[in-house]
Design a protein around this ligand. Structure first.
Ligand SMILES: CC(C)(COP(=O)(O)OP(=O)(O)OC[C@H]1O[C@@H](n2cnc3c(N)ncnc32)[C@H](O)[C@@H]1OP(=O)(O)O)[C@@H](O)C(=O)NCCC(=O)NCCS
Length: 144
């Protein structure tokens, strides 16, 4: 099931994010800021356990994916795709025309995933990431 993030999910989502080296582990303050700034958060839940998260924001007719993560024990079961489909539906409903995101160049798994979801490379941000320093690829997709 994909549903809206609820503040009671905070602990389990933080635990999930801190177990995944490819994503930035948001602090409680980050989640507070996200809610104050009207960021959109959806979680995947199975048997009362949170197994994934997508965070995005919509600005005018553009959306940016800020975080996407699926529990490493639950991957390749379509959860990431379901989170993205929900996000794309929300974007459509809000009149978004373009979605974009940044991904580490070395993150081949996520790049393959995004490619399958229709994202293409639109640019590069040099030395965008820290620990380790690495370029980000900017990926984009039109919302039909
Ligand atoms: C990227 C991520 C969210 C995908 O979640 P998921 O639930 O495993 O994705 P799905 O099961 O919906 O995968 C759909 C398709 O994407 C592709 N894909 C997903 N993970 C992949 C991987 N590690 N390597 C290659 N292709 C992959 C496959 O084509 C897959 O279809 P298949 O399983 O039938 O072959 C997950 O691997 C993850 O949390 N990664 C770590 C965090 C991360 O990198 N986030 C993105 C930061 S920008």
């Amino acid at each position: 099931m994909i549903r809206l993030f609820d503040p009671s999910d905070l602990e389990s989502v933080q635990r999930l994010l801190s177990s995944i080296p490819e994503v930035v582990p948001w602090s409680a303050d980050d989640f507070l800021l996200a809610s104050q700034r009207n960021f959109c958060l959806r979680v995947a839940e199975e048997e009362e356990t949170v197994s994934g998260l997508v965070a995005f924001r919509i600005i005018g007719d553009e959306a940016e994916i800020l975080n996407l993560a699926v529990d490493s024990r639950q991957r390749r079961r379509g959860i990431g795709s379901r989170l993205m489909e929900e996000m794309i539906e929300a974007c459509k409903a809000a009149g978004v025309k373009t979605i974009f995101l940044e991904v580490r160049e070395s993150n081949c798994g996520a790049r393959n995933f995004y490619s399958g979801m229709g994202f293409t490379e639109a640019g590069r941000r040099g030395r965008y990431y820290r620990q380790p320093v690495e370029d980000a690829l900017v990926l984009t997709r039109r919302v039909e």
